[in-house]
Design a protein around this ligand. Sequence first.
Ligand code: FES
Length: 121
Amino acid sequence: MPKVVFLNEKREIEVPEGANLRQEARKAGIELYRGIHRYLNCRGHGLCGSCKVLVKSGMENLSPKGWLESFKLATMLSSIGHEDEMRLACQVTVHGDCAIETRPAFNLSGEPFWVRPYPNK
Ligand code: FES
């Protein structure tokens, strides 16, 4: 069975192949939501974006992004600087080992945010 490591919580859980990341985290008592989003979220339909996580390793062992998840992440300010590693836990199925950071912080001071898209001429 795949192992999922939750880095902030310092916990490792085993999940069935193809399990939904949000559901398994909630079963294990891992909090995915910040603040009021614990109560106000879309319950795993991929609409609110509040279950965002960073995949620190094992992205290749997760299901690929679907169009809904890709669209939602593209419209979220918090994905700036985390484009390659941010996923919505409710849209992810686990097929192998991975390491997850829950409740990621904004990366407004991170280098990718301030990089200009075009070089100076
Ligand atoms: S719970 Fe709303 S997007 Fe995942």
